[in-house]
Design a protein around this ligand. Sequence first.
Ligand code: ATP
Ligand code: MG
Length: 373
Amino acid sequence: MASVSLESVRKVYDGGVEAVRDLTLHVRDGEFVVLVGPSGCGKSTTLRMIAGLEEADAGTIRIGTRIVNAVHPKDRDVAMVFQNYALYPHMTVRENMSFALRLRGTPKAEVERRVREAARMLDIEGLLDRRPRQLSGGQRQRVAVGRAIVREPQAFLFDEPLSNLDARLRLSTRAELKALHLRLRTTTVYVTHDQEEAMTLGDRVVVMHAGVIRQTGTPFEVYSEPADRFVAGFVGTPGMNFLDGRFEAAEGGVWFTSRGGARLRCADAHADRLARHAPRHAVLGVRPQAISLGAGGPGATLAARVRLVELLGDVMDVVCDMDSGEAVVARVTARPGLAPGDRAELAVEMERAHAFEPGELGRSLLHGGNGAA
Ligand SMILES: Nc1ncnc2c1ncn2[C@@H]1O[C@H](COP(=O)(O)OP(=O)(O)OP(=O)(O)O)[C@@H](O)[C@H]1O
Ligand SMILES: [Mg+2]
């Protein structure tokens, strides 16, 4: 196993698309790092540069201590698992799994041992003589992972390996991949556009946007201390509520006034940092989970009307139109009797609020440093 490092890596495709810009990332030996971000942000391009399937236009890529920019993909000693699995249709599962080893001239007994071991680990021993078309999607996915495992590579590279599976199978396979990593401890770089998958799988999560890393951190860090408004809005469901407005020192504290005129008193713990920013234009961020039904204390209550109630089982999302005109979503414990058109008071836990500079990519005013590593 080995670490994987990218230093100031850049990729511009023919036609001038700058898919990855000045990307620096250090994946430690044995670590599971997830690249996550919306479609087109450069996740696959980054992974493919590590694998050697795309050439970097600038920067240095290292696997272990070796610079691999000019090393052929097959000599990089990494194993990639693709979204479509790319199994050879005319080969059996056993042949698919052993193909790379046989190509390398690995002794027959050793090939057999590794295939058996991987098949046992993935619970596909009974499928070794079948061909891919005789397998379910989930089974094919395991064969693809098995093919990577038998190579005993320095690192695994996964590109959206679960996206062809149905919702239930995706959850169970996700848990299997996590368990597998805990056993093998192989350095892993995993790409997904699904923030929940990123949060549950990663030791660390790298949130990307338009070819740039916005934040690198543990799942807890990117969720509770998002470095900017993009990360704050991308991580967590439902998305964070954002209100445009300004902070102002008043009444012995700092208050936020939204554009529509809703007023909230900031938590004392945040007051000093926000006072420094007052009274410029800024954005308040509140997760739906930090809003509950009923009156909060003074300066922590919003008056609103219910627009929509979405029941999700034990919780429900309540979409409200505040009297100030802005919309806000609250995720609350499910209860009957709340209907569109009802008046509602919303209590906001301001200790859990976030604040950002204006704009879609506004930096956090509360959490300094972007934690890039
Ligand atoms: N071979 C190519 N030629 C030109 N442009 C490309 C090529 N491959 C990707 N791109 C562009 O580079 C950008 C990044 O693409 P990339 O495939 O890395 O995104 P991604 O984050 O993996 O997205 P997705 O979640 O949709 O898979 C996109 O704008 C894409 O259109
Ligand atoms: Mg992709």
